[in-house]
Design a protein. Sequence first.
Length: 171
Amino acid sequence: MGTNGSTMLDPLRQGLPPVDPASVREAASCALSSRLEGVGEARQFARSTLGRWGLGELTDDIALVVSELVTNALRHALPTTESPAATPSPCGPDPVSPESPVRLHLTRWTGRLMCAVRDPSEESPVAQDGDDFSAECGRGLFLVDSFSDSWGWHPLAGALRGKMVWALFRL
């Protein structure tokens, strides 16, 4: 199944496709809204991209994983605000940001597809302890682990700050 998400730099040793740009068959990326509407944008982008790539049979699983990765980025990696007029979310306050620091990347190799979400936080994604699948919040990484072949994260280097959380699917 999946790798444990606390492993930072193991992705390259855990079967991630080669980094050589020449080995990439197809790649697509999009900036997402910094509000929760970004989750729907990400799902739509993933669905349309997978359709163009002829991978429609994987759309539901990948759209679910993309939703969870983006939700986690928006909920936990961006500054937040509490709006007294709005109904509070049971999973926490809505994220806000003047820019779009969250990006979705889809990369396809011959036998694999990777979904990766970049966010500005340098904090490790944390899977919730316990096995409370019926909980309203905190199931995101459990679902990512359940639906992908492996997942992990690594900090960004160079001028980029933050991290990349990825999920890998065998095609």
